[in-house]
Write a protein that binds this ligand. Sequence first.
Ligand SMILES: C[S@@+](CC[C@H](N)C(=O)[O-])C[C@H]1O[C@@H](n2cnc3c(N)ncnc32)[C@H](O)[C@@H]1O
Length: 247
Amino acid sequence: MNLEPDDTSGAIRTRSMDSLEKFYNQRPDGSSQQEFLTQVAHTESGQPVSDAQFESMLGQIRELLGLTPSDQLLDLCCGNGLITNALAEHVERAKGIDFSHQLLSVAHQHHSMPNLCFQWGNLLRPNDIPPDQTRYTKVLMYAALQHFGHDDLGSLLEFILSVSAERVTILFGFVPDRERRPVLYDTPVKKIRNWSRRLLGRELIKSWWTREEFLEACAPRGLICSFHSLPANLLASGYRFNVRIEG
Ligand SMILES: C[S@@+](CC[C@H](N)C(=O)[O-])C[C@H]1O[C@@H](n2cnc3c(N)ncnc32)[C@H](O)[C@@H]1O
């Protein structure tokens, strides 16, 4: 995912929810694998990640979620459904939710499958999302937690638990690691640029996360967390991590 300070093509600016939604609604059009990756900012130095990188990302998601053919999968902030589609063939049924109409239209057009559906929803207001009858056994939120505030984690978990089966595995993937923030902002110029973006409310990454925040949110809900590095062939492995939560 291209969030390097020197490269603005994949910059996720977070001035407000409206501008973020607008940002994703204005992602480049196109229907090649490279364009799909660029639409959801899975890029490095402005270029889409390679097939091998994407495969290792997918492989790790499948492994950490422990997908089985009887699973019901919910993909929160699914974007254009590129990842949802690749996972859907390993489960019984899958659903993706996102608030970008444009990305959802790409998802409908290019990533539909008989056992997969997509739905509009704003995860900052999860209570407004109409529930369905399905009890989800696996829940994914990949490359999106940077858009949520620290106070939102509790309500996200409550929403997930409200739609989940008694036993559920949750994966927050590609989470910005607060302890590794200096890896991204590693020169005075990059630091100053980030400070000025922060002042303008246009930071590349709104929220950086600690492992303690997940442990504190999970413990009172009886959930167990474990933390996992990203595949080493991704640049983001230097400053992002995965959180698997089991309940
Ligand atoms: C970087 S993209 C990742 C998409 C997908 N998970 C992937 O990894 O390919 C982040 C996604 O989060 C979605 N998003 C951000 N905030 C959201 C919110 N409050 N509710 C729903 N979707 C949101 C954006 O529309 C975008 O599709």
